[in-house]
Design a protein around this ligand. Structure first.
Ligand SMILES: Cc1cc2nc3c(=O)[nH]c(=O)nc-3n(C[C@H](O)[C@H](O)[C@H](O)COP(=O)(O)O)c2cc1C
Length: 188
C-alpha cells in the first residue's frame, strides 16, 4: 500500500487477534512515531509496550480505577474491565512528556504526542496490521497513570491496541471534505 492510500483510507480495527506485530513491524511503527511534527525537537513523548501477562496487570489498574470512582461495581463489571486489555495481543501506550519551555507551550507538546500516535496508526494500517486508538476515562485517572509509572507532568495520549485484524474489514471510508474547507480572505 502506498503512503497516500494509507493516509486516505485508514480505518480502525476494534476486533483484533493474535499474532502480535513482529519486531520489524514495531520498528516501523516507532520510526514513524518519532517523525511526528515536534516544535523545537523536544521529543515530548515516550511509549510503553504492554503484552502478554502485562495486559492483566493493566486490567487490574482499570479495575482499581473504576472502583475508585464507584466502590460498588459488580464482579461482572470488574471482570469486563479486567479483560479489556486482552482485546489485543499488544498495546502501545503513547505518553506525552511535556516540559516547561519559554516558547513552546504544553499544548503543542501534547499535540506532538498525538501526532506521534497518529503516525503509528497510519503506519500500522499501511502494514496491514489491525489497530485502534483508545482512551476511556481511566486514561485520565492517577491510579492508572501512576500504576504505569508516569510522572505527575506526563499524560496518556492513547492506548493503541494492535494485532491482526479479526473479522471483515470496514468499507473504504468516505473522504469527501468539501463541507470542511473554505477559502478565506478573498473578498475585500
Ligand atoms: C484521543 C482518542 C481517543 C479515542 N478513544 C476511543 C475509545 O476509548 N474507544 C473507542 O471505541 N474509540 C476511541 N477513539 C476513536 C477510534 O480510535 C476511531 O478513530 C473511531 O472509532 C473511528 O473509526 P475510524 O478510525 O475507522 O474512522 C479515540 C480516538 C482518539 C483520537
Amino acid at each position: 500500500m502506498n503512503a497516500l492510500e494509507a493516509l486516505q483510507y485508514r480505518t480502525s480495527s476494534p476486533r483484533l487477534m493474535d499474532p502480535e506485530p513482529t519486531p520489524d513491524q514495531l520498528d516501523h511503527l516507532f520510526r514513524a512515531a518519532v517523525r511526528a511534527a515536534d516544535h523545537g525537537l523536544l521529543r515530548p513523548w515516550r511509549f510503553l509496550v504492554i503484552r502478554g501477562q502485562a495486559r492483566s496487570r493493566l486490567g487490574e489498574l482499570l479495575v482499581a480505577a473504576a472502583k475508585q470512582e464507584n466502590p460498588e461495581i459488580s464482579v461482572a463489571e470488574a471482570d469486563k474491565l479486567a479483560a479489556k486489555p486482552h482485546r489485543a495481543p499488544l498495546i502501545i501506550v503513547t505518553v506525552a512528556c511535556p516540559t516547561p519551555h519559554p516558547k513552546i507551550p504544553e499544548l503543542e507538546q501534547i499535540l506532538s504526542a498525538a501526532a506521534a500516535s497518529q503516525n503509528m496508526i497510519n503506519a500500522a494500517f499501511a502494514l496491514d496490521l489491525g489497530v485502534i486508538w483508545r482512551t476511556g476515562s481511566p486514561a485520565y485517572q492517577s491510579i492508572v497513570t501512576q500504576g504505569l509509572g508516569l510522572e505527575e507532568s506526563e499524560k496518556i495520549i492513547g492506548f493503541l491496541y494492535l494485532g491482526t485484524k479479526a473479522g471483515p474489514e470496514k468499507p473504504r471510508p468516505e473522504t469527501n471534505y468539501s463541507d470542511l474547507v473554505s477559502e478565506w480572505g478573498q473578498n475585500g
